[in-house]
Design a binder for this molecule. Structure first.
Ligand code: ADP
Length: 196
């Protein structure tokens, strides 16, 4: 049967990794061939696994670019040439950190019959669309938007609150701050704050 693109989005702590792990584990149980990739910058828990905040995990390749994913999938021969057997399911975690080449790769894989499952943040800490995610969401056959629990009021949380030394981050702060005293919380629209 045909390939397609599934996208799982939501703020931090909404269970995106858990849901990706759930879908991938079911495929493995059904003896489907599965490959999971994640950006090398995310070394949460284990460099060769996708791990959820609640502790479950699956094996994954940590990669530096979408091109590296292509290389891993094709081995020596060109991707999608018909000479290489592609996995039945290809998963990506933290998809928002991938380069723009992730979109054509996802479409090529889906076109070649692969079930592509992407998990990532739809919004950055400012509440703005995050990287390649809007493009993936628009092109997906299926989209699941997950919510966490707002730490301020208990409402469904759709935003990721970034705190620097305990205070809301500034709009102009770099998305990746090295060595900063930063932390993240799940919050609803009302309690999400960004300092201008
Ligand atoms: P994501 O990949 O979206 O960051 P994970 O799958 O890694 O999410 O983690 C989801 C888990 O995070 C939940 O099952 C729960 O155990 C934990 N968690 C921590 N804080 C919260 C919160 N504010 N709301 C919901 N779950 C939370």
């Amino acid at each position: 049967h045909g390939g397609h693109l599934e996208v799982i989005v939501g703020p931090m702590f909404s269970g995106k990794s858990e849901e990706l792990i759930r879908r991938v584990t079911r495929a493995v149980i059904a003896r489907q061939r599965v490959a999971v990739f994640k950006p090398a910058i995310d070394d949460r828990y284990h460099a060769t696994h996708v791990a959820s905040h609640s502790g479950r995990s699956v094996e994954a390749h940590a990669v530096r670019s979408s091109e590296e994913v292509r290389q891993l999938l094709r081995g020596e021969t060109p991707l999608l040439s018909g000479e290489v057997e592609l996995p039945d399911v290809v998963g990506f975690d933290e998809a928002q950190f991938f380069d723009a080449g992730l979109v054509p790769l996802a479409l090529e894989l889906a076109h070649a019959g692969v079930r592509v499952v992407m998990a990532g943040l739809d919004l950055d800490f400012r509440g703005e669309p995050f990287g390649v995610m809007p493009d993936l969401l628009a092109r997906a056959e299926s989209v699941e938007k997950l919510t966490a629990v707002c730490v301020e009021c208990g409402a469904p949380a759709t935003r990721t609150q970034r705190l620097i030394a305990g205070r809301p981050a500034r709009y102009d702060d770099a998305v990746v701050l090295v060595g900063a005293q930063e932390s993240y919380e799940a919050r609803c629209r009302v309690h999400h704050a960004v300092t201008r």
